[in-house]
Design a protein around this ligand. Sequence first.
Ligand SMILES: Nc1ncnc2c1ncn2[C@@H]1O[C@H](COP(=O)(O)OP(=O)(O)O)[C@@H](O)[C@H]1O
Ligand SMILES: CSC[C@H]1O[C@H](OP(=O)(O)O)[C@H](O)[C@@H]1O
Length: 405
Amino acid sequence: MSIQLERTYEPLTELNVIEVIRELNYFLLEQENELVVNEIGDGNLNLVFHIEHPATKRALIVKQALPYAKVVGESWPLTLDRARIESEALLTEAESVPHLVPKVFKTDRTLAVTVMEDLSDHTILRKALIEGSTYPKLAEDIGTFSASTAFYSSDFHLHPFEKKEQVAKFTNPELCKITEDLVFTDPFFDHDTNDFPEELIDSVEKLWNDEELLRNAAQLKYSFLTRAEVLLHGDLHTGSIFITENSTKVIDPEFAFYGPAGFDLGHFFANLALNHLSQNAHAKEPFNRESLQNYLLETISNTWDTFENTFSDLWHEKAAGPFSKTNGVLKDFLQQTFQDSIGFAGCEIIRRTIGLAHVADLDSIENKEVQLYYKKKALELGSKLIKKRSSFTTITQLTDTIRGA
Ligand SMILES: Nc1ncnc2c1ncn2[C@@H]1O[C@H](COP(=O)(O)OP(=O)(O)O)[C@@H](O)[C@H]1O
Ligand SMILES: CSC[C@H]1O[C@H](OP(=O)(O)O)[C@H](O)[C@@H]1O
């Protein structure tokens, strides 16, 4: 079967996807009929094809956006432009942290396709954490990823014209709307996208009736809507991180856009906090549980420290502009970013507990009563982080709060 490349969009299949990569000459023509193709996408939105030549083990990934959200179906149309955003974000991130993202080999806008490095020797971090694995380089890598991509995309580094060009390039209204709805709005109201067991209704109604919480959630949503500070990944949860002992790769930046610098850090902290809570049920031996939970809290703490140090070093070396030497300017930016990250973490924790898109960390707790218990704890933690974020001045306060949840 052959398809008309570069003319019209059509969803690829395991039978015709090879057409897209032929021109790369990655596989020899004579190897083509030996290639093994599998659609392996397990995310909410896209097709992901793994193409391998078994004899040589050479492999490629072809990721294609569908014109709708895969998890819901054609009733939820979704822009194909997210494939362009994903490719552009990976290429931009690679300018400052090439070792932390998959290599992009080809982008095809018509087919909404990104061809990239195969990372099948890595594991998705969420799965690995649930199983109790730990990774010594995770904190340093994510702190470096967040600080470098933030600094180099910001007004502290770019000329104002270039910064605004970048903001325009990464304008991503449909994907941002998903976050505006699913993270910042629906979980705080009785909305039909929400998804939680009925036994949780008392805890959920407590959130819906908490005026202080709603007011603070509104502030965070407004920051997300208006503060085009840095290029964000936009969905930096533990399912968007591929990992081995020696390597970390951040994948899936289709939600990338210019937003508040604490947003990605907040999502990462939230997903580690959710895993921390869930280890009370997953980890069988008390000693094992304690060391895993300590690892998760150290990872949060070391990620923040790496972010702060890396961003500060870049600032001192490279920040331009009349206020770059003014006392307190960097400190104010870092404090705002830190407190924002705590509030954003709270929103992510709440939406992953009662919103449309859950996390396996909590949902895979087999005993339903125990699962319910930790979901209630998650809601309390999320609510506290949102309401009290301005009172946090050290990362230890955050890790102590998660430990006490
Ligand atoms: N570069 C890659 N190498 C190997 N597997 C990948 C790669 N990118 C994605 N995958 C696989 O496809 C799955 C879905 O990818 P993801 O980018 O998260 O899709 P979605 O945008 O639909 O969430 C990942 O969980 C992973 O198993
Ligand atoms: C209908 S999109 C729901 C949810 O899915 C995205 O995550 P992923 O593509 O990594 O599975 C994103 O978090 C959205 O909020």
